[in-house]
Design a protein around this ligand. Structure first.
Ligand SMILES: [Cu+2]
Length: 160
């Protein structure tokens, strides 16, 4: 009988101790939440501060789009990604009177109304575009009749 009572007391003490521990753990929850929140916000702020990803291209003399380090240029972007293009334009062999002042264009026919129709001038062209929301393959092409090779002046853009 005495032993049973002792065990009960022990059990009670254990319960109180674990309750106290639980309370201590509960007190930690807001701090853990805050820490998680900070861990989530900091990378987002960092990305925001860095600005959009920059993609470099050349629209060259020989009427080809070129990406440094790529033999067959392919641009890969994420759906709705904001991209900053730095495109160096070099005049081809002909000028198209339909595009005065442009040496080439940077056009996706089905996205013209979303700004994907840029006149490329001689020298550096910097502009920002938003990738389409629909994943798939898109064809970037030159609409400015720039001479020999113009009909094949295009490059693939993959939207993931
Ligand atoms: Cu062209």
């Amino acid at each position: 009988m005495v032993e049973t009572k002792k065990t009960q007391t022990e059990r009670c003490t254990t319960k109180i101790v674990s309750l106290a521990r639980l309370r201590r753990q509960h007190r930690l929850i807001p701090w853990i939440s805050l820490l998680l929140l900070v861990a989530m916000i900091v990378p987002a702020l960092y990305t925001f501060a860095q600005g959009p990803r920059v993609i470099q291209l050349t629209a060259d003399h020989d009427n080809k789009y070129k990406v440094p380090g790529q033999k067959v240029p392919v641009i890969t972007v994420k759906a709705k990604e904001v991209i900053k293009f730095n495109i160096t334009g070099h005049k081809g062999t002909e000028s198209d009177p339909k595009y005065p002042g442009c040496v080439h264009t940077f056009t996706i026919k089905e996205l013209k109304d979303q700004g994907w129709d840029v006149c490329l001038k001689e020298g550096m062209n910097e502009f920002v575009l938003v990738a389409p929301s629909k994943p798939g393959e898109y064809k970037i092409e030159c609409m400015d009749k720039c001479g020999k090779g113009h009909d094949d002046m295009n490059t693939k853009m993959i939207v993931q």
